[in-house]
Design a protein around this ligand. Structure first.
Ligand code: G6P
Ligand code: MN
Length: 439
């Protein structure tokens, strides 16, 4: 039986992930679950819900919540990492500061994502070092922490030997929508995909050996990446903002007659449209704080008063995916999932040291990417520009270099000029003074 630690235990995603773990106890038997967070007060509330979920299934798992790294990671087999450095207060600034300059305001894409990256690298390295110090030698960190592309590059550069698997639920969530469009189960869909995190394209959507990409594109062209019945899209991505995001894919279809883009590409390809249709005073961070966050804490309060746990956090692909990849590691199944991994010739015409997102076989030794081959020049050029922005940002953090931070911002496709890049960077430096290395 395994010991699992959840770093960022105070996350609103925790109860859903726990439910997913409980549904899979036969595949991933657990003796202990330890919740770890630097905000012990917030975590202790979330853990009330997590414990209630566990109690529905078993009383034989020892559950601890702690702010002490040794207590959390001693002898652990797996660590799920889902930290949000600066919490939603800083996400709000990541979104609103760029928007105040008429630039895309998004959690992981554009200047907000770069700002979030600047906050997250040091805490992520700290976590890796704790795990190295206390956990089993064979322990794996399965990492959802954003901005995943920049985090993956920082980890590759600063802790190249660390056993960290960087994952994101967007490819699998997109597959969920595609499966709904095709009227098949997500598990029946076999995809080819290449890119960086939140920056990639599906190139084949196979069901029973037949590529259905053209058919799916035809549907998306008319209706967006959605079915009429949105109940097939799970709670994580079924609110009005996500529905708008999935509808917007139509925009990309109009312009690019091949492949199926990751929804996040709209921020890079249509930043003007995104800014025009954004509310500068009430962004996604506000929606999440007033929605998902509030609901969870209300659910906990109600549970404490009545003993009834309302089902406000169904599992969804976010919860199932992290457990799927972990089971594949634990049992050395070599199952094929889209994850982040070092290129090393998988896409020969991209740099070998790029952290790319592609299908890989997930083994006890980590991800083994399937060969992709050279990609067409348009995609290569877009990816290399984004990659350069992210790699230079990580250098800026390590060297404390303002010049490099400005280069990283300037290279980001959401920023229209070096002048605007500098103005946004300077405002973000002021807002992040408690979090960033001195630039
Ligand atoms: C997707 C992405 C995550 C991101 C999340 C934001 O699932 O893959 O990387 O954090 O969406 O969703 P939210 O509902 O918080 O805006
Ligand atoms: Mn993601």
């Amino acid at each position: 039986k395994y010991i699992l630690a959840v770093a960022g235990g105070g996350s609103t995603y925790t109860p859903g992930i726990i439910r997913s773990l409980m549904d899979r106890l036969e595949d991933l038997p657990l003796s202990e679950i330890r919740f770890y967070d630097i905000d012990g007060a917030r975590q202790s509330k979330v853990v009330v819900a997590a414990k209630a979920v566990i109690a529905e299934y078993t009383d034989s798992i020892l559950v601890t919540d702690t702010t002490d790294p040794q207590t959390a990671f001693e002898n652990a087999d797996f660590v799920f990492a889902q930290m949000r450095v600066g919490k939603y207060a800083l996400r709000e600034l990541d979104e609103k500061i760029p928007l105040s300059h008429n630039v895309v305001g998004q959690e992981t894409c554009g200047p907000g994502g770069l700002a979030y990256g600047l906050r997250t690298i040091a805490p992520m390295i700290e976590l890796i070092d704790y795990v190295e110090q206390y956990a089993k030698e064979t322990a794996w960190i399965v990492n959802y922490s954003n901005p995943a592309s920049i985090v993956a590059e920082g980890v590759r550069k600063l802790r190249p030997k660390a056993r960290v698997l960087n994952i994101c639920d967007m490819p699998v969530a997109t597959m969920r929508n595609i499966a709904a469009i095709l009227g098949v189960e997500r598990e029946e869909l076999v995809v080819d995909y290449f890119g960086l995190n939140h920056f990639g394209w599906f190139t084949r959507l196979e069901v029973d050996g037949i590529d259905r990409l053209a058919e799916v594109r035809e549907h998306v062209y008319k209706h967006g990446l959605l079915t009429e019945d949105v109940s097939k899209i799970d709670y994580r991505h079924a609110d009005s903002s996500w529905i708008k995001t999935f509808k917007n894919i139509k925009l990309i279809m109009d312009h690019f007659p091949e492949y199926l883009p990751n929804p996040y590409l709209q921020y890079y390809l249509f930043p003007d449209h995104i800014v025009e249709t954004s509310n500068k005073d009430y962004t996604r961070a506000n929606e999440v704080m007033d929605g998902r966050e509030k609901t969870l804490f209300e659910t906990v309060e109600k549970f404490e008063e009545t003993g009834i746990l309302e089902d406000s956090f169904a599992v969804g692909v976010h919860g199932t995916f992290i457990v799927d990849v972990t089971v594949s590691i634990a049992q050395n199944l070599g199952k094929r999932y889209v994850v982040m991994t070092e290129n090393n010739g998988t896409i020969p015409n991209l740099p070998a040291d790029a952290m790319i997102e592609v299908p890989a076989f997930i083994t006890a030794d980590g991800p083994k990417p399937e060969f992709v081959g050279d990609i067409p020049y348009f995609y290569k050029a877009m990816i290399e520009q984004q990659l350069a922005s992210e790699k230079i940002l990580v250098e800026a953090i390590i060297e404390g270099s303002y010049e490099k931070a400005l280069q990283a911002f300037t290279l980001n496709k959401t920023l229209p000029s070096a002048k605007v890049a500098k103005a946004v960077l300077d405002d973000l430096i002021a807002a992040n003074k408690d979090f960033w290395p001195t630039l």
